[in-house]
Ligand binder design. Structure first.
Ligand SMILES: [Zn+2]
Length: 239
């Protein structure tokens, strides 16, 4: 009797199915390691392998996604709109951090005793670019926060600003369009260092080489500018 009643309730409310979806989502989205301090639930970006902390509301939206028939078996299955909001939240967090870095020395990371560090051992540490804000390069990946297609666009704009000749500027736009047409982002282009691809697409040799080699320099130099909230506050101006 009791079993029959329970079955009936769960059939009516769909509760057992909901519980199993809930369990499934929580187990798929458990931090895949190497253990990070964000966990217990993370989304690991298939590109760049960066971890994004998942809060209850993120997990709830994933549960809803599965309930509506979405498939979620690996981190690669995380739907586009959730990825976008995770990127956006991360960008906002970085914006806040860079603002607090400008006003005061941050204490959220282990203090680095500069006097004990020989300059030759840490050439990347400079007052203008703290280790926290440095783009994370981990096993050959260049981690570029923000929307990846926007980064390609901005990078191409910057390359064009480095030359005066209109024909050369056009070559950089050609390289940008070639990247878009193959869905390549800056992290991938930098990792591949495949200037031959761009040359094959009709980009002049020198420009193709510039386009693949300057990415990490640009990320380091121009990231703080890209994170400036003042520039992000006019999304309509991009059209
Ligand atoms: Zn994690």
């Amino acid at each position: 009797m009791l079993v029959a009643r329970d079955t009936q309730i769960s059939a009516e409310e769909g509760s057992s199915e909901q519980v199993s979806i809930w369990k499934h989502v929580y187990s798929v989205m458990r931090c895949p390691g190497a253990p990070c301090e964000l966990g217990p639930h993370c989304w690991r970006d298939p590109f760049g392998k960066k971890h994004y902390k998942l809060g209850t509301h993120h997990l709830r939206s994933l549960i809803k996604y599965v309930e509506q028939g979405g498939e979620l078996d690996t981190h690669d299955d995380v739907p586009h709109d959730l990825r976008e909001s995770l990127y956006r939240e991360e960008q906002q967090r970085l914006d806040r951090k860079s603002i607090s870095n400008q006003s005061a020395v941050t204490t959220s990371c282990p203090p680095i005793n500069i006097t004990n560090v020989l300059p030759s051992q840490s050439p990347t540490r400079s007052p203008s670019l703290s280790t926290q804000d440095a783009p994370v390069r981990d096993s050959g990946y260049l981690n570029i926060p923000g929307l990846r297609d926007v980064a390609v666009e901005e990078y191409s704009d910057w390359q064009q600003s480095q030359v005066r000749n209109e024909a050369l500027k056009a070559e950089f736009r050609k390289a940008r369009d070639a990247a878009f047409s193959e869905g390549l982002d800056l992290g991938q282009i930098f990792k591949d260092q495949d200037s031959a691809f761009f040359i094959k697409q009709g980009v002049k040799r020198g420009i193709a080489r510039r386009f693949v080699t300057d990415i990490d320099y640009w990320v380091k130099q121009y990231q703080p500018v890209r994170r400036n909230p003042a520039r992000l506050s006019h999304p309509d101006s991009s059209t």
